[in-house]
Design a binder for this molecule. Structure first.
Ligand code: SF4
Ligand code: MG
Length: 336
């Protein structure tokens, strides 16, 4: 039984050009540099990393909005890496996206009803009357009211706009929704409501989510599995519980340490990760994390660690994943 989505060795490299007519290639940006993962029906995989790690580029590659430099994408076992025309349009209906910024992603000139119905129109689903009925049903599903249909996006709060974006994505009954930091732009008090809505809809419709996030705080409420990205590669992946309870990669540990403990008395002095993320045009040799890793050894500067399986479903790209001292902080306290 093939997974819903199977991503293998996916890469996106951009040439950097300079000079007259940009004739001279002066380097290569390795935005995504060999990423593999699977996603099952009804499952949430969180893709987590700092800005510039390649998570959004990975999302756009999965949606076939940009072409990969290497690697394959399979949907239900079928290779969709090179499809185009009608096959690609049919595939697009099955994979939708919810954007980070509900202010920027909705067309201000369309009513809510028009916004939600637009993907159905694009894909030729139903007639005007059936689309109207479907819009009314979708408004109810995302917790909005019937009279909202004729209003415009600017009349809504950020959380409500995100609900409109979710209704729009749902309108064509996709199997996979890429959620690109869907709550990052919202007030903390609203984030939980939107996350809970996404979880309800997942249970109801068996949706799979590829959930993009820049920290692990939100992820602990939504993900089944987590993949941590650093400079274009996945450096650790595990079931959420295992990742939070026993993180093996030093970078994952740093991301976990950055989450405040829910009990203020147990919030220790967390040392922030030193140094900046190197440029994806200049990825360090050996382990790409060695310039910031507190455990780096000589071997790390020359030999690149592979993403190695450690235990059931848990893998990490660190030469010393098994022998690093136990994580100092009690991360599991942050796990609900
Ligand atoms: Fe740190 Fe070395 Fe492990 Fe890389 S391989 S994460 S530099 S200890
Ligand atoms: Mg991004």
């Amino acid at each position: 039984n093939a997974p819903l989505l199977d991503v293998n060795g996916l890469a996106k490299h951009y040439p950097v050009r300079k000079g007259l007519l940009l004739a001279r290639q002066v380097g290569t940006v390795r935005a995504v540099d060999g990423v593999s993962f699977t996603l099952d029906r009804g499952e949430t995989l969180a893709l987590v990393g700092e800005s510039g790690c390649g998570k959004s580029t990975t999302a756009r590659l999965v949606l076939r909005l940009i072409e990969p430099s290497a690697g394959t994408l399979r949907f239900e076992g079928r290779d969709i890496t090179g499809i185009s025309g009608a096959s690609l349009r049919a595939m697009r209906r099955r994979m939708q996206i919810v954007f980070q910024d509900p202010y920027a992603s909705l067309n201000p000139r369309l009513t809510v009803a028009e916004t939600i119905a637009e993907p159905m129109q694009v894909h030729g689903i139903g007639d005007a009357a059936s689309r109207r009925a479907r819009v009314a049903e979708l408004l109810g599903l995302v917790g909005l009211r019937g009279f909202h249909a004729e209003r415009y996006p600017h009349e809504f709060s950020g959380g409500q706009r995100q609900r409109i974006g979710i209704a729009r994505a749902l309108s064509v009954q996709p199997e996979l929704i890429v959620c690109d930091e869907p709550v990052s732009a919202l007030d903390v008090s609203i984030q939980a409501q939107v996350v809970n809505l996404l979880k309800d809809l997942q249970r109801r419709f068996g949706l799979a989510y590829l959930f993009i996030a820049h920290d692990l705080a939100v992820v602990k409420h939504v993900a089944d599995r987590v993949a941590v990205m650093y400079l274009g590669r996945i450096v650790e992946t595990a079931r959420k519980r295992d990742l939070f309870a026993a993180p093996r990669h030093p970078y994952t540990r740093a991301l976990l340490a950055a989450i405040p403990h829910p009990d203020p008395k147990r919030r220790g002095q967390v040392k922030p990760l030193g140094g900046d993320v190197p440029s994806p045009m200049n990825i360090p040799p050996g382990c790409r994390f060695h310039t910031r890793c507190p455990f780096a050894q000589d071997r790390c500067r020359s030999e690149e660690p592979a993403l190695r399986p450690l235990a059931d479903g848990h893998a990490a790209a660190c030469h010393f994943a098994e022998t690093l001292p136990p994580a100092e902080l009690d991360f599991s306290g942050g796990l609900s």
